[in-house]
Design a protein around this ligand. Structure first.
Ligand SMILES: N[C@@H](CCC(=O)N[C@@H](CS)C(=O)NCC(=O)O)C(=O)O
Length: 202
């Protein structure tokens, strides 16, 4: 299978991380989103939404949306809970990630890391910051009573939330304020076969 990705992307990293944790071989194709490489005619033919990550199966079928890709790839592995209630809880946290976390934490990081000084997008930061902090507080509260987001092991819910949380400081968030989140980040980083977001030799 083939993963279309962009190295700094947390959404792409989620998929790279799960593929590596499960020791699944894949071909990695890095596209530079800053140069519009996901907006070409050939890429839009595969994903009309013009975004990575995009997983292409060996038979040519494609899946977009990082958390849908995680759900697909985790099938039959320990990263997808078998119990239907726990499986729904994993989805609950993955929808939380996409609606209440990523739009604030990932976008703040994008502005800090990729926008040039004076870019009007810096004006968005004061609005994004309290919303990102609210998401970190929700996570910290959950993790005050649990080691993982679902059950007693690392699942795709943890992978989805780990991706942008572990680099939240690049978006201007102060992780020292969230003790339980910091302990959980160490727990996920300690998973066998864990890779950093910067790894690019696949
Ligand atoms: N909800 C999507 C978001 C994907 C997304 O925003 N991808 C960004 C990189 S993180 C992208 O490809 N942007 C390029 C563009 O919009 O042209 C997911 O979870 O996969």
């Amino acid at each position: 299978m083939r993963l279309y990705d962009f190295l700094p992307s947390g959404n792409g990293y989620k998929v790279r991380l799960l593929l590596t944790l499960t020791q699944t071989p894949f071909q990695w194709i890095n596209l530079d989103i800053l140069k519009g490489e996901t907006r070409t005619e050939s890429f839009l033919a595969m994903n009309p939404n013009g975004r990575i990550p995009l997983l292409q199966l060996d038979d040519g079928r494609v899946i977009a949306e990082s958390n849908a890709i995680l759900f697909f790839l985790a099938n039959g592995t320990d990263y997808l809970p078998k119990d239907p209630f726990e499986r729904a809880q994993a989805l609950q946290w993955m929808f939380f990630e996409q609606y209440s976390h990523e739009p604030y934490i990932a976008v703040s990081r994008f502005i800090h890391e990729f926008c040039k000084p004076g870019d009007p997008r810096f004006d968005e930061l004061p609005v994004l910051k309290p919303k990102g902090e609210a998401a970190l507080k929700v996570m910290d509260k959950h993790l005050s009573q649990a080691d993982y987001f679902v059950g007693d092991r690392c699942s795709i819910a943890d992978i989805a939330l780990y991706a942008y949380t572990h680099v939240a400081e690049e978006g201007g968030f102060e992780l020292t304020l969230y003790t339980n989140v910091r302990r959980w980040l160490d727990r996920i980083a300690g998973q066998p076969c864990h890779i950093p977001i910067t790894k690019h030799d696949f």
